[in-house]
Design a protein around this ligand. Structure first.
Ligand code: FAD
Length: 175
């Protein structure tokens, strides 16, 4: 296809990527691996790449691996917690990690510590109904190999050990 550059000249390209966020740059990197001879142009409206949603200040910075995102495991009408979506998303996250590992080993990106760091994830809920749901989610997910290290606690002292600042303000209920 023919693309017109900002300076007004025309150029022949195989792929045009619109936007310089994480999605276009990842797709461009993938295509470069699969089709090294293709010419790829990336067009960005702003002065630099990554200034919108992909900017580190504009998102929470967690890798969505379905570890703590409860919206991926809504309870079914019968109260059970289906795990298929969470497992699928977690598998996708592992594929992303494999791709990044490949890019590091090929020397295309630098030290992984500069862009990804493992951290414990936590879902924190209040009230009996939400706590009951979280327990059922835990029971359902712990049977999955990708989630086997998941833990659940309602024990105040243990929670204080996990999240001291959160629990500092919480008052234990009796019984
Ligand atoms: C508050 C918030 C918190 C989030 N937290 C997380 C999180 O913890 N974990 C997570 O995985 N995701 C999170 N996300 C989502 C994540 O940030 C986005 O899914 C991701 O950054 C989207 O990348 P993108 O490349 O599609 O979009 P963007 O990074 O927005 O890139 C799109 C680019 O396209 C450019 N553009 C638009 N139109 C044109 C045009 N016509 N011509 C040229 N350029 C154009 C824009 O200028 C922009 O640079 C969060 C998002 C928000 C808003």
């Amino acid at each position: 296809m023919t693309a017109i550059t900002p300076s007004g000249s025309s150029t022949n390209i195989d792929v045009a990527l619109i936007g310089g966020g994480i999605m276009s740059t990842t797709l461009g990197s993938l295509l470069k691996q699969l089709q090294p001879t293709w010419s790829i142009s990336l067009f960005e409206n702003l002065a630099q790449a990554g200034l919108e949603s992909s900017d580190p200040w504009n998102n929470a910075g967690t890798g969505h691996a379905a570890l703590c995102e409860l919206n991926y495991t809504p309870a079914a009408a019968d109260g059970s917690v289906p795990t298929a979506k969470a497992v699928g998303i977690n598998e996708q996250f592992h594929i992303s990690r494999q791709f990044w590992a490949h890019m590091v080993s090929e020397g295309h990106i630098g030290s992984p510590k500069e862009f990804i760091n493992p951290l414990p994830h936590m879902s924190f809920v209040w009230g009996d109904a939400h706590s009951d749901y979280l327990k059922r989610r835990y029971e359902a997910l712990r049977a999955e190999p990708l989630f086997e290290k998941i833990e659940f606690s309602e024990d105040h002292a243990e929670l204080a050990d996990w999240v001291p600042l959160v629990m500092e303000a919480a008052t234990p209920t009796s019984g």
